[in-house]
Design a protein around this ligand. Structure first.
Ligand code: SF4
Length: 343
């Protein structure tokens, strides 16, 4: 019988055009011929995996960039032997990718989970981002996705200039209304990220405005039946992203493609380069990220972690159950500084 033995991330570095806020590695204006050659190269690399012990993949994640700009059907012959009935197979979609034909192509490939990058429900913000659709068009695209894929969710960005500028009652009410309009979408998953502003956008809202908005969004998503299971991720119970959970739980994952990261044993890959890390670094990396999740960090065997974590528990930022420490709501807002102290 086949075991579930691996996680695979595949990166597609092509976009229609560059969004105003995006600092991810991706290129716009690439020819179809170049994209086809890239996918053929991916097919060769995935094929090699089949010969190196990946009996059945537990999760596959196609991210980008914009995977749907490529002819993904080419990957079917090499992926099919590696996927089983229980493989979670996610593809990131841009709302402009969503057509009956593209969804049929994804179904035929074995995809069973869609993550659509909506980013905002504010038309003026969407236009400024250069996304190329309105909130109503995104809603229609998502409705079409849902006709083919029950397991579907969206990504949103908080803190974009001009979205929410203050903590006034009026603005809070606007956020609530926008988010409650999502009740009609049938979301199974929602990722909510605060803008990192790596592109130096002007007039970004203050941190406390962003934090306040994130708190309101958490309340709205809970009202829609989505539970927070990681700092930035919410899901209807049972619909958590198994690929991302595998990464946060410290499992191995293979990264293929120009901008992909991977972790297999002590080997790390990033942008096609490989390096070996020490066993100590490896252990820390695999264990510490669990603090981001609802499951919490098990500090057993690490009295130095326990000392630091207890200090934060006393401040109300963590809860403690034996040697398991979990973030409180307030703790989710300062997780990065707690992790920085533990590393
Ligand atoms: S479509 Fe996605 S990856 Fe491409 S530029 Fe926009 S945000 Fe970045």
């Amino acid at each position: 019988m086949c075991g579930l033995v691996g996680n695979l991330y595949v990166h597609f570095p092509f976009c229609r055009r560059k969004c105003s806020y995006c600092a991810l590695y991706s290129r716009a204006g690439v020819t179809q011929g170049e994209r086809d050659a890239y996918v053929r190269r991916l097919a060769d690399e995935i094929d090699k995996l089949g010969q190196t012990g990946f009996v059945t993949l537990k999760t596959v994640y196609f991210g980008g960039g914009t995977p749907a700009l490529c002819n993904l059907g080419v990957l079917a012959p090499v992926l099919r032997p590696l996927c089983g009935a229980k493989t979670e197979f996610t593809v990131e979609l841009h709302p402009l990718d969503v057509t009956e034909a593209k969804l049929a192509e994804l179904k035929a490939l074995g995809v069973n989970r869609i993550s659509m990058g909506v980013q905002s429900l504010n038309d003026a913000v969407l236009a400024d981002m250069g996304r190329g659709y309105t909130a109503a068009e995104a809603a229609r695209a998502f409705a079409l996705v849902k006709r083919h894929f029950d397991n579907a969710g969206i990504d949103l960005i908080v803190g974009y200039p001009g979205d929410v500028e203050s903590k006034s009652e009026g603005e809070v009410e606007q956020v609530r209304e926008k988010f409650l309009s999502l009740s009609a979408w049938g979301l199974k998953h929602c990722s909510v990220y605060s803008l990192q502003n790596e592109r130096g956008l002007k007039n970004v809202p203050d941190d406390d405005v962003v934090l306040d908005q994130l708190r309101h969004i958490a309340v709205c998503l809970k009202a829609l039946g989505l539970e927070r299971y990681e700092i930035s991720n919410y899901a209807v119970p049972g619909y958590e992203c198994r690929h991302n959970l595998a990464v946060w739980r410290g499992e191995d994952y293979v990264g293929i493609g120009d901008g992909a990261c991977g972790r297999v044993g002590l080997k790390r890959t990033k942008f096609g380069k490989e390096e070996l890390v020490s066993p100590e670094f490896d252990q820390k990396e695999r264990r510490l990220f669990r603090l981001r999740t609802r499951e919490g960090l098990d500090a057993s065997g690490h009295p130095e972690w326990e000392r630091i974590l207890r200090k934060y528990a006393q401040k109300g930022l963590l809860t403690q159950e034996g040697v398991i420490f979990r973030l409180t709501e307030r703790g989710t807002e300062v997780c990065d500084s707690i992790l920085a102290e533990l590393v």
